[in-house]
Design a protein around this ligand. Structure first.
Ligand SMILES: [Zn+2]
Ligand SMILES: [Zn+2]
Length: 142
């Protein structure tokens, strides 16, 4: 795993390659997301405004959409709460416990066989990165 600053630079370089300008807001959001598994838009606004109090929440929301359209970040639904944002193409899937709310990261590759089979038999491609799988953790099953 590369260092956080390198990962921010890679993300911003990709944004520039797509003809987008590197603004203070875009850099700040990239830094916040590189340092976390996933964050709600509200948490991102709070973290970004720590360093850049002048950055409006609406700018942050717009920037999240721009970064998502560029394929650099994606949002995931972990449960009933607001969507959570993360860097795109992380090799993880989220398991969420209905009992205690615990979130566990598992390799996305666990679902490769299932994904391929559903495509083959039903022509449907499951977007495992878009939603968590809900169930009960080891503790709550006891
Ligand atoms: Zn649980
Ligand atoms: Zn969604």
């Amino acid at each position: 795993m590369s260092r956080p600053t390198e990962r921010v630079d890679v993300l911003l370089a990709e944004l520039r390659r797509r003809g987008q300008r590197i603004t203070t807001g875009r850099r700040a959001i990239a830094e916040v997301l590189v340092g976390a598994d996933n964050l709600s838009a509200e948490e991102i606004v709070a973290a970004v405004q720590d360093d850049h109090p002048d950055l409006a929440a609406s700018t942050v929301y717009r920037t999240l959409e721009t970064l998502e359209e560029a394929g650099l970040i994606e949002h995931v639904h972990l449960g009933h709460g607001p969507a959570r944002w993360q860097l795109a193409n992380k090799p993880f899937h989220h398991l969420v416990c209905e009992g205690c709310g615990m979130v566990q990261l598992v390799p996305r590759s666990l679902f490769d066989e299932l994904r391929a089979r559903v495509v083959l038999e039903f022509g449907f491609e499951i977007a495992f990165q878009h939603f968590a799988t809900v169930g009960r953790c080891a503790h709550c099953r006891d």
